[in-house]
Design a protein around this ligand. Structure first.
Ligand code: MG
Length: 495
């Protein structure tokens, strides 16, 4: 795979770093799934020490990387290897250890305080931490450097090359057109706001059988994949041959469990289909969070919430959840696609979801740009929620305290959720030029879809930056029109 001797030398040195990365993932996976709750303090130390070791070791690569950069004969894989490594190195060389330590300490404490504040629905408890975190993140942006808005430096950590100009363009197109779709879908009645199926309780053991059927339909490999349970579902990868997801069982409203499973499986399919020759290198991961999210949303919404997928999963729903038998397949399809303006992002439907992201993006941009004080944030949140979604939170837990991201210092992250939706729309549009997506899902054998995604996207891992990758596949970047067209067809057409 790698031929240039300077690169081969770094690849060998990178192996222990790759191993430390994987160990970190395994520690975190265990913490969220099976770890006894009493050992959380020690686990925090284990994770932090693993990260510090990794940081020390990666800084030892600085000379080799600058030497390799002088090579003139590098192929795409080798260029990608250096690009990804340099991004990592760049971060640790630009951010002073004191600032890194402050960020780590403040966000570790901040997350604990945020949990308490959310429980009591009292923003004032979390406020001093958010102020500190915003201040530290502004310092981080200054150290990293940026052109245009300082927020660009923070977004780039999650989505390489994305700028506020890109996101402003995408959101201005989305907001007006989504508003129109939302108004129409709410008055048309093709999809309900609420559905009686939301209220039925299910037995988690029976629901697990449905989820296992979904995994079978998605052809998840038994030898390299597993599913467990956690409060907040996630996907993690120890290597290209060990990818794990979690799902949730809340005991009612079964679609949350089913679509968590399908969503996370979408993330897992990406990780599992990365070219195995990239193992042990920093290229054996997704190129960005937005691209990663495009895969989960593609499988969750464009495939999972389709009539055709419902046709495949309905028999299992009916035999495992007795109350479903009272409802036709068409009714279950209406239930999984209900549209209702609501306060909580994680429960939002396809039509309203992006409004939640616009709100957080606007707030973060203002906070980092120094155009707004943290004190003003809860009120601005409520006003923006009313403006975009049409509902107003009654308390802080329903509003500003609902997401974990800020307490963990993940500022600049949110836009990637919408970028994922936009990209999923682009993949949906493009794949249909090569195969009949609906007929393929209806046939029960989705392998052609996985092959298509592997060849166009997955196998490359992080070789290409998200914008390079899009240019290769689509000839353009982050075009929101395909998502809009899909939503119009699904929610407004008469079929
Ligand atoms: Mg996701």
């Amino acid at each position: 795979m790698f031929r240039n001797p300077a690169i081969v030398d770094i690849v060998e040195k990178y192996r222990p770093l790759w191993a430390l990365d994987s160990m970190g993932s395994l520690l975190e996976w265990d913490m969220e799934t099976y770890m006894p709750s009493g050992s959380s303090a020690q686990r925090g130390v284990m994770i932090a020490e693993t990260q510090l070791l990794r940081q020390e070791r990666i800084l030892q690569l600085v000379d080799s990387v600058s030497k390799a950069e002088k090579s003139t004969e590098l192929d795409d894989v080798e260029k990608g290897f250096l690009r990804v490594l340099k991004r990592d190195l760049d971060y640790f060389t630009k951010i002073p250890p004191k600032l890194l330590e402050d960020i780590l300490r403040t966000t570790t404490e901040g997350t604990v305080v945020w949990r308490e504040a959310r429980k009591k629905s009292q923003f004032s408890i979390f406020k001093p931490y958010l102020e500190k975190i915003v201040d530290l993140k502004r310092q981080e942006a200054e150290k990293l450097g940026y052109t245009g808005h300082p927020y660009n430096a923070l977004m780039d950590r999650f989505e390489e090359g994305i700028t506020t100009d890109d996101v402003d363009r995408i959101f201005s197109a989305l907001s007006s057109q989504l508003k129109e779709i939302l108004t129409k879908v709410l008055s048309a009645g093709k999809f309900p706001r609420t559905h009686p199926l939301e209220d039925f309780s299910y037995n988690p053991a029976s629901m697990k059988l449905v989820n296992e059927e979904a995994l079978k339909l998605l052809q998840m490999p038994e030898a390299t994949f597993r599913m467990d349970v956690s409060t907040h579902p996630f996907t993690t990868s120890m290597s290209v041959e060990d990818v794990r997801i979690t799902t949730r069982y809340e005991g009612r409203n079964f679609k949350a469990s089913l679509f968590s499973t399908v969503h996370e499986s979408g993330h897992a399919i990406y990780e599992l289909q990365i070219d195995p020759t990239l193992n042990y290198t920093p290229l054996s991961r997704a190129t960005s969070l937005g691209v990663h999210e495009s895969q989960s949303r593609f499988w969750e919404n464009f495939v999972g919430r389709s009539r055709e997928f419902m046709g495949r999963i309905y028999p299992s729903l009916k035999s495992n959840l007795p109350f479903v038998a009272e409802y036709s397949e068409a009714e279950v399809y209406r239930y999984v696609n209900s549209v209702k303006p609501s306060l909580i992002r994680v429960d939002a439907d396809e039509v309203t979801y992006n409004f939640h992201i616009m709100l957080r993006y606007e707030l973060e941009k203002k906070l980092i740009g120094g155009e707004m004080e943290v004190t003003e944030a809860p009120l601005v949140w409520a006003d923006l929620m009313e403006k975009y979604v049409g509902v107003r939170p009654l308390n802080d837990a329903e509003g500003i305290l609902q997401d974990v991201h800020w307490s963990g210092g993940m500022i600049g992250y949110f836009a990637t959720y919408s970028l994922g939706n936009v990209l999923a729309g682009m993949f949906y549009d493009r794949i249909q030029r090569d195969l009949d997506l609906k007929a393929t899902v209806a046939s029960g054998d989705i392998s052609m879809i996985k092959v298509w995604l592997r060849e166009k996207l997955h196998k490359y891992g992080a070789i290409y930056s998200p914008k390079e990758l899009q240019t290769r596949v689509f000839g353009e970047t982050y075009n929101p029109q395909m998502l809009i067209r899909y939503l119009q067809e699904k929610y407004l057409s008469d079929q």
